[in-house]
Ligand binder design. Structure first.
Ligand code: SF4
Length: 365
């Protein structure tokens, strides 16, 4: 379905970081990341309130509500970025990294607001965090670290460097259908690669994930997650343009990712850090691409409803289980009419700038 003039005009005025209109091609362009895609798949109404209108729940104090898992993931990412930029420097000092720098970052993010959270308490607040970093730097010290870091925090997306679909694309057809999956808009993937590394055999992304605990096989929850698949897809797209040493030219194909898993609690046995690979075949990468195209097709038809003021579909199976918690918008959607919904939003929520993948390095639990 071709986007209506009404939708195109709205998209031009909305100035959303994930949607724009190209006067050159005359087409809408979606610049989507895994968070946007998975939240939209979770509940289209949640997607509208978050990624179009920018509502975030307020605390009683009036500030925006803070999420421990998201904040801790962001903090840990910052420390990892610092670590992998400097851990091979001659003057790298563990105590400066794990105590001085970590304390400065902890303070900057005002992490003490989370001291009442049970995971933060179990970790031991800042002293426990410093201890965790010492353990990490000891296990992955320069002489033990087998990967060679080629780049850290590599953002992709806005420049159109990772195309998912462009006008006229008909390549690949994982499902062997007699027709190709098409989209009336162009689609680009966006995101950030924590680390691009050489493990001696391949060039691959390394993705840090902080987890509450390691139960069973900690990799299970990421095996079918589209996030790691998207990072492999993205690295394949940008590898050719990276300034890499000549001897790595033969490794310019990526079919795996290393998951760098960090357990916030101390496990009963074994290390609290695990590094495990996930591999994806060419067919899996193509299936990922087709899934993304279809999600954007659904988004387009919901946006047509939105610009006309028609109700957006709600997935009410998620209201009490939005990523294992109650959905932030449950109070809004239990109201009797649109006026009461608007009043609830006004009283209990705050409008913030829309999520911009290229500007955010955080990761959720
Ligand atoms: S309360 Fe339910 S329907 Fe409303 S946004 Fe949340 S998950 Fe969707």
């Amino acid at each position: 379905m071709t986007p209506s003039p009404q939708l195109i005009s709205w998209a031009q005025q909305a100035e959303l970081p994930w949607l724009r209109f190209s006067p050159t091609t005359g087409r809408l362009e979606f610049i989507v990341d895994n968070t946007i895609l998975s939240d939209y798949r979770g509940c289209p109404a949640h997607f509208v309130l978050t990624y179009i209108e920018g509502w975030r729940r307020k605390r009683i104090s009036g500030d925006v509500s803070r999420e421990w898992a998201l904040d801790f993931g962001t903090l840990f990412h910052r420390m990892m970025e610092h670590y992998y930029r400097h851990f091979k420097d001659e003057d790298f000092k563990l105590e400066d990294f794990a105590i001085k720098t970590a304390f400065a970052e902890w303070q900057k993010m005002e992490m003490d607001v989370h001291l009442g959270h049970k995971e933060c308490q179990a970790m031991g607040g800042y002293p426990g965090f410093a201890g965790m970093l010492c353990q990490y730097a000891n296990q992955f010290k320069a002489e033990n670290e087998r990967i060679k870091v080629l780049a850290t925090e590599v953002a992709f997306g806005k420049a159109g460097d990772v195309p998912i679909y462009r006008d006229g694309d008909t390549t690949g057809n994982y499902y062997s259908l007699p027709y190709f999956v098409e989209c009336p808009a162009d689609i680009y993937l966006s995101g950030r690669l924590d680390i691009i590394a050489d493990d001696g055999y391949h060039i691959l992304p390394v993705d840090h994930k902080t987890m509450g605990s390691f139960r069973g096989d900690p990799l299970n929850r990421f095996i079918v997650d589209d996030g790691p698949t998207g990072y492999i897809f993205a690295l394949n797209a940008i590898l050719g343009s990276l300034a890499l040493p000549e001897e790595l030219i033969l490794k310019r194909e990526c079919n795996q990712i290393q998951m760098n898993l960090i357990c916030k609690s101390v496990p009963k046995e074994g290390s609290r850090f695990k590094r495990l690979p996930i591999r994806k075949s060419t067919a899996q990468l193509e299936a990922y691409r087709l899934r993304t195209i279809q999600t954007v097709n659904h988004m387009l038809s919901d946006l047509e409803l939105y610009v006309r003021g028609i109700g957006i579909p709600r997935d009410t199976s998620k209201c009490n289980n939005w990523y294992f918690k109650e959905c932030a918008f449950l109070d809004v959607h239990r109201q009797m009419d649109a006026d009461a919904e608007a009043a609830t939003l006004k009283n209990g929520f705050i409008q913030l700038p829309i999520w911009n993948t290229e500007a955010v390095a955080g990761v959720e639990d």
